[in-house]
Design a protein around this ligand. Sequence first.
Ligand SMILES: Cc1cc2nc3c(=O)[nH]c(=O)nc-3n(C[C@H](O)[C@H](O)[C@H](O)COP(=O)(O)OP(=O)(O)OC[C@H]3O[C@@H](n4cnc5c(N)ncnc54)[C@H](O)[C@@H]3O)c2cc1C
Length: 602
Amino acid sequence: MVHICSGSEILLCIERFMIDYKAPISNQLFTFQTLLHAQGLSAQDGAANNDDAMFDQDLFEAIITEADKFACDVLLPLNRKGDWQGAQFQDGCVRMAEGFAEAYKKWCDAGWNSLSAPEAYGGQNLPIILASMVNEIWCSANMAFHLCPLLTAGAIDALEAHGSDDLKARYLEKMISGTYSGTMHLTEAQAGSDLRFIQTRAALHDDGHYRLFGQKIYITYGAHDMAENIMHLVLARIDGAKPGVGGLSLFLVPQILDNGDVNDVHCASIEHKLGIHASPTCTMIFGDRDGAMAYLIGQEHKGLAAMFTMMNAARLNVGLQGVALCERAVQGALAFACERKQGAGADKSQHAPDHAVTIDQHGDVQQMLMTMQSMTAISRFLCYDCALAMDLSKLSKYEGFDQDYYEKKSALLTPVAKAFSTDCGVLVSSLGIQVLGGMGYIEESGMAQLYRDARITPIYEGTNGIQALDLVTRKVPMDDGVYIYRYLDELAEMIDRLDGDGLGFAETLIEGHGFLKQTTDKIIQWNQDNEGIYLQNAASSYLSLFAHIAGGCYMAAAVACSEAASKDNKSDALEKLAFFCRFKIHYCYGYYHAVLASDQTK
Ligand SMILES: Cc1cc2nc3c(=O)[nH]c(=O)nc-3n(C[C@H](O)[C@H](O)[C@H](O)COP(=O)(O)OP(=O)(O)OC[C@H]3O[C@@H](n4cnc5c(N)ncnc54)[C@H](O)[C@@H]3O)c2cc1C
């Protein structure tokens, strides 16, 4: 009798692959060690120079291990449920999917909200690079959940950097503990990428504060039932201010005022969307009654600069969303490919009629898996190096450190980390579906959710097209290219460290690096000559070229770092990783040659 495999049996089989997730702790720490090694730093450097023990590896490992536990026990089990149920808009309120409010309480109780926040207001002041590793883990486990703390963290940064002492004293502690969450209000129907057209207006009231009137759309976690209060950070135009972005100011609008009254801001509806179903995307109305009470953050008409503090943090974190979704897709695809048997394999001499190999032995599947792994590794390097540069720019007491360079380096890498990593998230999760075949296309496999969730990441926090323009028109030409050339020197040093077997890789990289340098010269020249059309046309290709070649150099650094460690017999694991890196770098070269060959920058 033919056994018909029931839906639930198939589901069980698929769930074995997709429900499992384990934080890639050794890979994360290895990436970090490679970056320190490449810059001639050691884990003790911060401590030895009276700064906090910034790069304490044991502390890092302990925190990541705990994060892995929390992610797997609390957040991961809600990921599918959140996707199916989604956030609901009922009777004017947003209800989160089942279990989210409880998970959020556990999250706050465990202190996860306060990781990199300032100590003065109850934060733990841990390095951004560590917070980035942990953010990657949260997002792999449950991206829709993590969007709430992600936005709160950005709002904390902006308030801390630009808010008055009074506002900080009133709100920062509760935001850092997670009792209050934060939002970011830029987008309006006529003002998406182009914030010049923002119409939300701010009127000065007799009490010395402002009242806001207007409508914002697509506001992530604009309303929800997880936190006690929501702090809305809103860009608006003070009455009489000039048009354009120079007339925008930033305001803090508490959902519930200090006297307990509900402020004049409410959610009118939430969107039905492709992915991140558990994250409410809200239309918010300000000033249906007398205007929403709003407190100015920073100076009048300097709102965009203040909001950029929030946006830059959020851009790196969105890049990390890309890394996180890549990692999840890689883990699922690898597990599946090692078990699924189809096809007889390449060696025909060994074929018996019923012989089948696991699909990871087929060349095409191997290529897909290799692409997935190398893109994940490169994205992680770019995001972590950006985070590390942010930390190094604050190493005030460490002599010999050029803080200014690291500040500019983080600015240079932010659009690349955001755009490239999120493009990788889409590419890698799509390949994940392909590796799973028909099962990948079935919702229950979970791979489809990764792909749907990933699709927003190249769009929000500034579309990837806008990131590319930022790179070629603002970041690369900073000080006539001083910082990009110094960064290119850093990359060249990574290639120089290759020896032995690595020399074959070095040749290819030197060629790629030379091409990136020439293209960079052109970008700077076009800026000087005001060749806007050339810059617009080249922007995305240049960003891709930059990321691929920088990625290749990071891979070279990984090989050199692994070899250095294995020569010292420090770790078998590192030796294995060195092999793994070579494997990845081979693929990486092939990939970026395809980009260079097409010569899209012309
Ligand atoms: C799920 C979700 C959550 C969001 N969360 C928030 C939030 O919390 N807060 C918030 O303020 N906003 C949020 N947004 C809005 C998001 O940031 C915008 O959608 C995004 O900035 C793009 O704006 P737009 O949709 O108006 O597209 P448009 O600006 O109309 O862009 C459409 C296309 O044109 C391209 N384009 C536009 N201008 C240029 C240019 N000058 N040069 C080259 N190409 C250009 C874009 O790259 C894009 O491909 C969210 C959106 C979604 C879908």
